[in-house]
Design a protein around this ligand. Structure first.
Ligand SMILES: [Fe+2]
Length: 371
């Protein structure tokens, strides 16, 4: 059965952040209180903020990447008295994930960090009373068009998901001008994360015909512009913003699969950037899943490769040329840790969404293949 639903108003193109005042008006916020969460103080120098005088605006900088339960709770404590109608999150996936998570928290009495942890584990979000707008400044996560947020819990050695179908953004403003200053490493790892969203959406057990069409187009745009991105050509940013948004729309309805599942402990334990961790796993999973994926020729065509080996070489080249290791050893992972990492890589809702059944033993083989 093919079902697809995504209610986010998507606005994409250079300069589209200037639409923010109009978008806020359309939301008809009762109290006109807007919390703007951004990754850096310099974001607030944008001229659009001088056009928000009809709103009561509170600005907050959230600098951490891979946000933790503790950091999310602290941000909630610092902002709940402001009682916003709308959260505008401007930044990479971490900021967007914090912004959307806060919407699930306002209006609830959350007395301490453990109460938040319990709320996330029990998925007690209800219908959020606050809406949000996502403004990505990296082209990769797709968080602006999905209804879940990744929140890390190193105190419990776990990755948690704040997830509610009631919590899609009101709008996503995908402005490639905001991604132009990204360091090359971040730009490449973000682009490869987006390509993985497309690939995993295409072959996910829960895929559908709309997601597959969006995925193929997103993958094609991203892979056709990787060389431009590595040469730091400015047109690459518009392409990556479009490709990542399309891949985000694709996986918003399918979730990801084994690559993401296996990557989480690599990021949590070793700090491997999310996109780099996921992309190293793409080729071995392409090899493993190949016989079970309908439309493999179309997928290979979109990736612009003939097989998994060619994909592995190409991704290695992108990582190395952007100054990032292409092996687990290069990222400082100890070989004796692979068995435990394999067990941690069985993430519920992701590992079991892979078209081929994976086990800890299979994950260990995959990790060895990229060691
Ligand atoms: Fe991702």
């Amino acid at each position: 059965m093919n079902r697809y639903y995504n209610p986010v108003h998507t606005i994409q193109g250079a300069g589209c952040l200037n639409c923010l005042p109009d978008v806020l008006e359309k939301m008809q916020p009762k109290n006109r209180r807007v919390l703007v969460l951004a990754w850096s103080e310099k974001v607030f120098e944008h001229t659009v903020f001088s056009k928000l005088s009809d709103f009561e605006v509170k600005t907050v900088v959230f600098e951490a990447s891979n946000p933790t339960v503790a950091q999310l709770y602290q941000c909630y404590q610092e902002t709940k008295e402001f009682d916003p109608d709308t959260v505008v999150a401007i930044g990479g996936g971490s900021i967007l994930d914090v912004g959307k998570s806060l919407c699930c928290m306002y209006g609830k009495e959350i007395s301490e960090e453990d109460a938040l942890r319990e709320m996330i584990q029990n998925k007690e979000f209800g219908c959020p009373k606050v809406r949000w707008i996502g403004v990505p400044t990296t082209a990769g996560t797709g968080s602006e068009v999905t209804c879940w947020a990744t929140i890390w819990d190193p105190a419990r050695d776990a990755k948690r998901s704040v997830e509610s179908k009631e919590n899609y953004a009101y709008a996503a403003l995908v402005d490639p001008r905001l991604t132009e200053g990204m360091p090359l490493k971040l730009a490449v790892s973000s682009a490869l994360d987006a390509a993985a969203h497309g690939v995993e959406s295409y072959w996910a057990k829960g895929t559908n015909c709309v997601s597959r069409a969006l995925a193929l187009q997103g993958i094609r745009i991203i892979m056709n512009h990787m060389e431009d991105l590595l040469s730091e050509k400015s047109q690459a940013h518009d392409a990556m913003a479009r490709g990542s948004m399309l891949a985000g729309l694709a996986f918003s309805n399918t979730k990801t699969t084994a690559c993401h599942s296996i990557s989480y402990p690599l990021t949590m334990r070793y700090g491997i950037p999310h996109g780099a961790a996921v992309s190293m796993l793409l080729a071995p999973l392409l090899q493993m899943n190949a016989q079970s994926v309908d439309g493999m020729p179309e997928l290979l065509d979109a990736l612009n490769v003939t097989d998994a080996n060619m994909l592995k070489q190409r991704i290695s080249s992108y990582l190395i040329r952007s100054g990032q290791p292409d092996t687990l050893r290069g990222w400082g992972v100890e070989q004796e840790a692979l068995s435990h990492l394999a067990e941690l890589g069985m993430t519920k809702g992701r590992a079991d969404n892979n078209p081929v059944k994976i086990t800890a033993e299979k994950i260990k083989e995959i990790l060895e293949s990229v060691y």
